[in-house]
Design a protein around this ligand. Sequence first.
Ligand code: PMP
Length: 359
Amino acid sequence: MSRVHNFSAGPAALPLEVLETIRNDLPDWLGSGMSVMEVSHRGKDFVELAARAEATLRDLLKVPDDYSVLFPQGGATMQMAMAPLNLTAQGDAVDYVVTGSWGKKAAGEARKFCNVNIASDASDRNFTYIPEELSWQRSEQAAYLHYTPNETIAGVEFNFVPGGDVPLVADMSSNILSRAIDVSRFGVIYAGAQKNIGPAGITLVIVRNELLERARPDNPHLMTWKSYADSDSMTNTPPTFAWYVADLVFQWLKGQGGMDAIGAVNQRKSDKLYAAIDASDFYSNPVAIDCRSRMNVPFILADAALDGKFLEESAVAGLANLKGHRSVGGMRASIYNAVSEEAVDALIAFMAEFEKVNG
Ligand code: PMP
């Protein structure tokens, strides 16, 4: 078997131990004589799996009791519509802090349903910084403030949680479960699965229970958080395989020592990669130092004509998916939880060698 180090931004790497469990379980899950994809989601075994996934996730993130944990489908993009549909009435004002492409997309979606005020917008410097919180122009009476704690494309991550009295809605798709967080600071946290949770097809939403009462009465059933809260996320047939993998990933995270341990490894991984980039004249990263992402590390080569060669040779060296997002160019190494420190070391060694030969 030959596995590569996968630096994809998503769908992203999964832990090898999890893949091995899946391979082992696949034809005959828990002695059922069927795969997990073939059993009833209402059967005892699957209901137990769902309960364990929620309990493990709650334990990992220390989710307070007055919050619901939901597993809808539709990805983070569907939550960009569900947030306004579940938290506002038509005409309500909402604040959006736009520090990258995903926050911009979320604001665009919300604009269809309510009055969006862009409280802050970092596009003036190509989304390479986070504007001072004091400079944000917030509404008098916003239903919520939405922001993106980690912008996956430009690699910009908040190192603080915004203040204020209104509920915070956070798109944590690309940094959920990467370190400990204080869930009680948030009204709603949502995340697509395909980075730190499992396969695409399932989505995580953590919502303070009192906010479940604000949904528009004419919302479709599947666009209403409360439908999921009232049915243990089995309001219709759920994505059972993705849920099963998420459960395995949560258990794997627990086995790694939980969020404090994972957070420390992620800090080390990103510190050493940025240190290597900063120490070289050949590679560079344009993001302000205090808000560089620990999950997505974009970097450019001094000579863009070498991009193709870098990508070809890195792939041959077993380092996959380093091509940067088309809107930024250059390279991007996404170093989510399942990307080991050894993989980051291998990338750094490859970069040094490539610079020596081509720099
Ligand atoms: N938000 C962020 C921060 C993302 O990184 C992504 C996907 N890369 C999305 C939203 C969209 O997620 P999905 O494809 O699950 O809708």
